[in-house]
Ligand binder design. Structure first.
Ligand code: F6P
Length: 529
C-alpha cells in the first residue's frame, strides 16, 4: 500500500530540506529580482505574497509535484460532486453546494439538493428583511433591537467572526450578541442588558443536542418567560438554525421558524448555511449573498487553477513544507485589522478540528505530523506581546499576516501606521537585525518565514473568499496527509464523558480514574445535598 513518507517525492523533499537548511531567504531575493512577481498571485480581491517563505524554486517545484501526485484532483472532484468523502461518518461534504451559484443540479442520494438550498436561502432572505425592516415584531408589537445567537463551535465561531468583521455594514438599529460558553456568566451578562420584548434568540445547533447550547437556550427561555409578562410568546422570540426540526419544535419554536440545513454540512463549515442567519440579519441578505459570491469565486479558482497558480493549494503546500520538513509545530495568524480579531479563533477550529488527526482514512496510524497548532491575535497588539519570541526565541513559527488595503475615511493615518507596522515586521522577520553583525548575540537572526495576504478592502465578498481560501487550504493538507478532515471523534469523546460524569454526580462511581474521582468528590460537595 502507498506510504507517503516512502514516496520518491517525499524523500526528495527531505533531501532538499537538508540541502537548503543553511539558505537565507533574503539571498533568494538577491539571486532573483523577479522573486516577488513569481511568488505572489491575485484571486479576485485577495493578493497573496509568499515570497518571504523559505522555499527555493526547487523546493516549490517538488511541493507542486507532491500535490500533483496526490489524490487531490480526484478528492476535490468528489467533494464538489457530493461523493461520500467523510468516510467515518458516511457522509458527503457539501459546504461548497451552499455557495454554488452555478446552474444545474447537484445530486446527493439520487436527489437534487439545489432546490432545497435555494428554498432555505429564500427563507433567510424573507426573514432577515422582515426583522431588519421592523415588519417582524415581538409579542407586544415592538420591533427587534437585539439578536442573541446561542450556539458553540461551528454554530458560533463563523457567524460571530463574520458579524464582527463586517460591523461597519451592520444594520444601525440592531445589536448582536453571541452566547457560547456553558459558563452561566456568559449568558447572564448578555441577558442583563436586554429587554425581552425587543430581543430575538437564534438557537443555532446542527444537532439540537449540544449540552452547552441547550442549557443556554433553556436559560434564555426561562429568562424570557420570567420577564416578558403574561403576553409572552416564545414563538415570536425564538427561532432555530438546525438539522433537527423535531427537537427545535419541541423546544417551542414554530415550524416555519426552523431554518434547516443538512447532515452533509460540517459544523465548522456551516456559516454558509442557516447558521449564517445572524450575518444576513446584521449586514442584509445582499451582504450575505456577497459573501457567498466571494466564496464561490474562490471555489471556482480552486477547481480550475493549475497547481502552481492555485492559491489554496500553494498555501497548503507551504504549510506542509513547514510542518513535515522544517519541523514547525504551530502556525500563527496575525490579522493587522481589528475587525478580524476573531479570525484566529475561527481558523483555530477550522484547522485544528479538521486536521488534528493521527490516523489515515483507512484507520492506520500516520508516521508524519498533521495539522499545526493554530493561534494568533491582531497586530499591532501582538507586536507588544508575543513577537519577541518569534524574533529571537528558539521556536520556528510561520506567520500569516492578513490586512486590508483600504483605509477608513478619516483614519488614514492610523491605517498607514497599521500597514507599515505589518510590513516592517514581515521584513524584520526575514532580514533580522544587521546592526551588531552576526557575532552580536543580541541581534535578531532573521530568516523567519511569513506570507502576506492583502484584501483590497474588507468587504463581505472578500471575507467570503478569504474563508473559502482557508477552508480549501485545510482540505488540501488533509488530502495530502490522507486523513479525514471532516470528523471529530475527540470532541465527541469529551461530550460523552461530560454526560457520564454529570449522570453519576450523586453516586460514588469507581469507573473513573483516581484523580477524576477525587476532583468529583470536591465538586459533589457543592451540588448534592
Ligand atoms: O466542536 C464539535 C462540534 O461537533 C462542532 O463540529 C460543532 O460545530 C459544534 O460541536 C456544535 O454542535 P451543534 O451545532 O450540533 O450544537
Amino acid at each position: 500500500m502507498f506510504q507517503l513518507t516512502r514516496s520518491v517525492t517525499w524523500q526528495a523533499l527531505q533531501g532538499l530540506q537538508q540541502q537548503t537548511a543553511d539558505d537565507r531567504i533574503r539571498d533568494y531575493f538577491a539571486a532573483d529580482p523577479k522573486r516577488f512577481e513569481k511568488m505572489s498571485l491575485r484571486v479576485g480581491g485577495l493578493f497573496l505574497d509568499y515570497s518571504k517563505q523559505p522555499v527555493s524554486e526547487a523546493v516549490l517545484a517538488k511541493l507542486i509535484e507532491l500535490a500533483d501526485h496526490s489524490a487531490l484532483v480526484q478528492r476535490r472532484a468528489q467533494m464538489f460532486s457530493g461523493d461520500i468523502i467523510n468516510v467515518t461518518e458516511n457522509r458527503p461534504v457539501l459546504h461548497t453546494a451552499l455557495r454554488n451559484l452555478g446552474e444545474g443540479p447537484l445530486m446527493v442520494d439520487g436527489q437534487d439538493v439545489m432546490p432545497e438550498i435555494q428554498r432555505t436561502r429564500e427563507q433567510i432572505r424573507a426573514f432577515s428583511e422582515a426583522v431588519r425592516s421592523g415588519a417582524w415584531t415581538g409579542f407586544d408589537g415592538q420591533r427587534i433591537r437585539d439578536v442573541v445567537n446561542i450556539g458553540i463551535g461551528g454554530s458560533d465561531l463563523g457567524p460571530n467572526m463574520a458579524c464582527r468583521a463586517l460591523l461597519k455594514h451592520r444594520h444601525p438599529e440592531l445589536n448582536f450578541h453571541f452566547v457560547s460558553n456553558v459558563d452561566g456568566a456568559h449568558i447572564q451578562k448578555v441577558l442583563s442588558r436586554l429587554d425581552p420584548a425587543t430581543t430575538l434568540f437564534i438557537v443555532s445547533t446542527k444537532t439540537f443536542s449540544t449540552q452547552e447550547t441547550l442549557l443556554n437556550a433553556h436559560t434564555a427561555r426561562r429568562w424570557f418567560l420570567d420577564n416578558a409578562g403574561p403576553e409572552a410568546d416564545v414563538g415570536a422570540h425564538f427561532i432555530a438554525a438546525s438539522t433537527n426540526k423535531a427537537a427545535a419544535m419541541e423546544f417551542g419554536i414554530r415550524e416555519e421558524n426552523v431554518f434547516e440545513f443538512w447532515a452533509w454540512v460540517g459544523g465548522r463549515y456551516s456559516m454558509w448555511s442557516s447558521i449564517g442567519l445572524p450575518i444576513a440579519l446584521a449586514i442584509g441578505f445582499e451582504g450575505f449573498m456577497a459573501m457567498i459570491e466571494g466564496a464561490y469565486e474562490m471555489d471556482q479558482h480552486f477547481l480550475s487553477a493549475p497547481t502552481a497558480a492555485n492559491m489554496p493549494v500553494l498555501m497548503a503546500l507551504i504549510g506542509i513544507w513547514h510542518i513535515n520538513f522544517q519541523g514547525a509545530e504551530t502556525q500563527a495568524i496575525v490579522p493587522y485589522d481589528q475587525a478580524l480579531h476573531q479570525l484566529p479563533a475561527f481558523l483555530q477550529q477550522l484547522d485544528m478540528e479538521s486536521n488534528g488527526k493521527s490516523v489515515d482514512i483507512f484507520g492506520r496510524p500516520v508516521d508524519y505530523k498533521t495539522g499545526p497548532i493554530v493561534w494568533g491575535q491582531t497586530g499591532s497588539n501582538g507586536q507588544h506581546a508575543f513577537f519577541q519570541l518569534l524574533h529571537q526565541g528558539t521556536r520556528y513559527v510561520p506567520i500569516d499576516f492578513i490586512a486590508s488595503l483600504k483605509p477608513e475615511p478619516g483614519m488614514e493615518d492610523h491605517h498607514f501606521a497599521l500597514l507599515t507596522n505589518m510590513l516592517a515586521q514581515a521584513n524584520a522577520f526575514m532580514e533580522g537585525s544587521a546592526e551588531g553583525g552576526e557575532l552580536d548575540p543580541y541581534s535578531c537572526p532573521g530568516n523567519r518565514p511569513s506570507s502576506t495576504l492583502l484584501l483590497d478592502e474588507l468587504t463581505p465578498k472578500n471575507l467570503g473568499a478569504l474563508i473559502a481560501l482557508y477552508e480549501h487550504k485545510v482540505f488540501v493538507q488533509g488530502v495530502i496527509w490522507n486523513i479525514n478532515s471532516f470528523d471529530q471523534w475527540g470532541v465527541q469523546l469529551g461530550k460523552r464523558i461530560a454526560g457520564e460524569i454529570s449522570e453519576r454526580l450523586d453516586a460514588h462511581s469507581q469507573d473513573f480514574d483516581a484523580s477524576t474521582q477525587g476532583l468529583l468528590a470536591l465538586v459533589r460537595g457543592h451540588f448534592v445535598s
